[in-house]
Design a protein around this ligand. Structure first.
Ligand code: PLP
Length: 236
């Protein structure tokens, strides 16, 4: 089996899972977009994925993402940045990312907008919200993201930035707790956000292990890595 055949088979299986989850949730199949997370995998795989009809890819490390986006610039893909962002790298990320899914603090907004403006584009941004339940789940313990209480102010800051568009929310299910109740909390946060910002309709949630739960609770995009590309190399 060639790598292309392997990716094609995995993609078909993931798309079938998404369609089945939509049907189970009473949603129209095709309503949920697939972002294939290509972190740690080579540009050659990105090329094969594009050829297999993938239009959106996700990366979580600035250096790797920027190199891969440059190497694959001819493919017309939409690049989603999904990793934590150092403040001094925000402008650089916004120069190649089409969607920045991991905006988790107001401090990033100015740099992101400047990078977007310098590259002559408007960049879509998602507020990454933390779904960690525990009181002591600070950034070092949890999986990143703004506290739900901070989402409104962060969303307002993005919406006010000249070269950014507030597109919606992103979240990762917490560790050590079932995903479904966390995604139910996320759906409530999303509906509150949409009351203030009707255009913020994107809800990016769900990965290889929990995409069905995310679709059930309203995800408009799932971010799937290992179920498409295989296990990531152990040395990251
Ligand atoms: C790596 C990653 C994913 C994909 O995870 P898989 O379990 O491999 O599908 C999704 N979202 C974020 C934020 C990630 O870092």
């Amino acid at each position: 089996m060639t790598r292309r055949d392997e990716l094609a088979a995995n993609l078909a299986a993931v798309r079938a899972r998404i369609d089945a989850a939509c049907t189970a949730a009473g949603r129209a199949p095709g309503e949920v977009g697939l972002v294939v997370v290509t972190k740690y995998f080579p540009a050659a795989d990105v090329r094969l994925l594009a050829d297999l009809g993938v239009g959106e890819v996700g990366e979580n490390k600035h250096q790797e993402a920027s190199a891969k986006a440059a190497e694959c610039a001819d493919l017309g893909l939409s690049w989603h940045f999904i990793g934590s962002i150092q403040s001094n790298k925000a402008a650089a990320v916004a120069r190649y990312a089409d969607v920045v899914e991991s905006v988790d603090r107001v401090k990033l907004v100015h740099g992101l907008s400047r990078g977007a403006e310098e590259s002559g584009r408007v960049v879509d941004c998602l507020v990454q919200v933390s779904l960690d339940a525990g009181a002591d789940s600070g950034p070092s313990h949890g999986r990143g993201g703004a506290d739900p209480a901070e989402v409104g102010a962060l969303a307002d800051a993005i919406a006010a930035a000249p070269a950014l568009r507030l597109a919606g929310l992103m979240a990762v299910a917490p560790l050590g707790e079932p995903a479904a109740p966390a995604f139910a909390r996320l759906a409530e946060i999303a509906s509150r956000l949409r009351a203030d910002h009707p255009g913020a309709t994107v809800l990016s949630a769900g990965m290889s292990g929990d995409l069905e739960d995310a679709v059930k609770f309203g995800a408009t995009h799932v971010r799937v890595g290992s179920a498409v590309l295989g296990p990531r190399p152990l040395v990251q």
